[in-house]
Write a protein that binds this ligand. Sequence first.
Ligand code: HEM
Length: 412
Amino acid sequence: MAALGGATAAVSSRILPSATGASLSLSSSRSFFSFECLRSSPRISNLFLNQRRVLEVRVSSRGYGTVSAVASDLDQLKNAREDIKELLKTKFSHPILIRLGWHDAGTYNKNIEEWPQRGGANGSLRFEVEQKHAANAGLVNALKLLQPIKDKYSGVTYADLFQLAGATAVEEAGGPKIPMKYGRVDVTSPEQCPEEGRLPDAGPPSPADHLRQVFYRMGLNDKEIVALSGAHTLGRSRPDRSGWGKPETKYTKDGPGAPGGQSWTAQWLKFDNSYFKDIKEKKDEDLLVLPTDAALFDDPSFKVYAEKYAQDQEAFFKDYAEAHAKLSNLGAKFDPPEGIVIDRSPSAQGEKFVAAKYSSGKRELSDAMKQKIRAEYQAVGGSPDKPLQSNYFLNIIIVIAVLAILTSLFGN
Ligand code: HEM
């Protein structure tokens, strides 16, 4: 296991939400004047927002990772995504990266409120103790692929990197665009890893019951179970890892990537709905159908969705994208609480971002600054997408009125 060995040596500090504390109110109501209304002014919010993320740097012999960001940085997330795309082009590692993200998130238990005891997408899978869980066999290879990217972007958490890699892999393999958000906070020690046994088995005595037991515990429903299982349209199972599948087939003996294993579909690097067609037909001995895959057509409730997805790829893509985004958020703690959206750009999302016009004259704001300004607006119940609220003018009138009263009182 590649760890930096040696004693825990390091440096640790916290993010300071800059000048956030200042709030001098004449009234607790938002429509009255307060420093908060200054913060909602785009020009001034830039001053308030001149904040820096400070990284927690940890050197430990106990886990895979060495540097853990407290929360992620937008520009670094974007650059990390480009690096992941490059990695995918050379290593064809789409399937294992999707599996990594799913196994980090899939430990979530909705019945436990506390973070990180509830499990989920918190980066705990970087620790050796969790990689050794039987369900995670082979995933250390995914970590090895991502570690250089993590080392390059210390402002991206493991929890975000795992989910970023999984969603990017789906998209790059031809799958739907996943409506992701980032900002997941990492757990910091192996003691915070979930206990073994929270992920599904491929061959339990009653596969449909087992799937429901495990996925319902995550707060997911039948439709989401079926849609997410469709991720098996990508990748292979290897007997030397999970114990399932053939050592090689006509579809896998030459790679791409490391040869071998048994895939669910013939084109196992292409994200489409062929998984549902193939597991329904069960015609090709070289294609895999796990007992939990077969349950999708055996169980009457699952079958409704499985049939639909076999016939209608668009329906599958739509439901998959929603379910994947939901899975990626399970158990996660976000900083900022509303998360960070990478693709929020005027053209992509019809964003008006009126605030940008006010804040820096002719110069276009960076995405990172827009994100921060957006967060500040939202903190006071506003939005940079709209012209300034009438509250703003009401506040000014109230200030003028207060000043007039004070002048008349003290002027006499
Ligand atoms: C429904 C319950 C599930 C079971 C029982 C299951 C089981 C398995 C097993 C046994 C493997 C083979 C691992 C190996 O030998 O390397 C595998 C691979 C894979 N699983 Fe699942 N899985 C499930 C759900 C999911 C979900 C929800 C996703 C993603 C959203 C997913 C994505 C993948 C991918 C992409 C691979 C291929 C990995 C590779 O090629 O390296 N699985 N799964």
